[in-house]
Design a protein around this ligand. Structure first.
Ligand SMILES: N[C@@H](CCC(=O)N[C@@H](CS)C(=O)NCC(=O)O)C(=O)O
Length: 247
């Protein structure tokens, strides 16, 4: 099986795709792309959409972490990503949908907001990446990429304040799924691989980690992505973090 995965280093859904490929034991080559520039590169490569993860596998082009999960399950059914029992599968699919549609984006917005205010931590998210240019040069020219990424993702004060208010509810949902055995079971599933990278990315922010690491959601992330790349020192206004402290 020939597979090439296109990622942005430290992108949480990109890590989802890598974890699922590893779970299936599918060998792949990885191409690292810079945010923003990735959009043009993907279009040039014949992908229909502008986001990573994107994979070319056995001649087919697939994009989106959930679409990739299904394609990998089709190509290599064992070990599974989804339970065979229909009721259990529905629960995993709902948690996976939540991870993709509700959890990914607020974390993305909080990160870009933080990086826009202090670009220095960006380097730590790209450590070990092969960007086609030296990392020091990529970082020197990062300002427009960061500004555009913050803009495209609506990583502004209003959205990030709302994200931080809603984060405790999102974390509680993850904790509840863990308690119900949908997540963090003996066998990891597509929802674990979807959700753990978002929690892992959130925990790279010193502002968020204390409110997450001792929860079941934090334990899931530590199990599934123990070495999530990147670290952002405290930067968010203390008042915005109140809802997390209260939780
Ligand atoms: N929900 C989609 C999200 C894909 C997505 O938005 N990926 C981001 C990276 S985390 C992206 O490609 N952004 C383009 C950019 O940063 O320029 C999935 O799970 O595949």
């Amino acid at each position: 099986m020939q597979a090439r995965l296109f990622v942005i280093p430290a992108s949480h859904p990109s890590i989802t795709a890598e974890l699922m490929l590893d779970h299936k034991g599918i060998a792949y080559k990885r191409t690292d792309l810079l945010p923003v520039i990735s959009k043009g590169v993907l279009r040039g490569l014949g992908f229909r959409h502008k986001t990573v993860p994107a994979i070319k596998i056995d001649g087919r082009r697939i994009q989106g972490s959930r679409e990739i999960a299904r394609e990998l399950e089709r190509l290599r059914p064992e070990p599974t990503l989804f339970p065979a029992d229909p009721e259990k599968r529905a629960a995993v699919e709902e948690a996976e949908r939540f991870g993709d549609e509700e959890l990914q984006h607020p974390i993305r917005q909080i990160l870009w907001w933080s990086i826009k205010r202090d670009k220095a931590p960006l380097r730590s998210y790209s450590e070990g990446a092969k960007l086609g240019v030296p990392l020091s040069l990529a970082m020197k020219t990062a300002a427009p990429v960061v500004a555009l990424s913050a803009r495209f993702n609506e990583a502004d004060d209003e959205h990030v304040r709302r994200d931080l208010t809603e984060l405790p509810t999102l974390l509680q949902k993850v904790d509840d799924w863990i308690a119900a055995g949908v997540l963090n079971g003996e066998q990891l599933n597509a929802a674990d691989f979807q959700i753990a990278p978002s929690i892992g990315l959130a925990m790279t922010l010193d502002d968020l980690r204390p409110a997450i690491e001792s929860r079941p959601a934090g334990a899931l992330a530590k199990r599934v992505v123990p070495n999530y790349p990147g670290r952002t020192p405290p930067i968010l206004p203390a008042a915005w973090l109140e809802p997390l402290r209260a939780a």
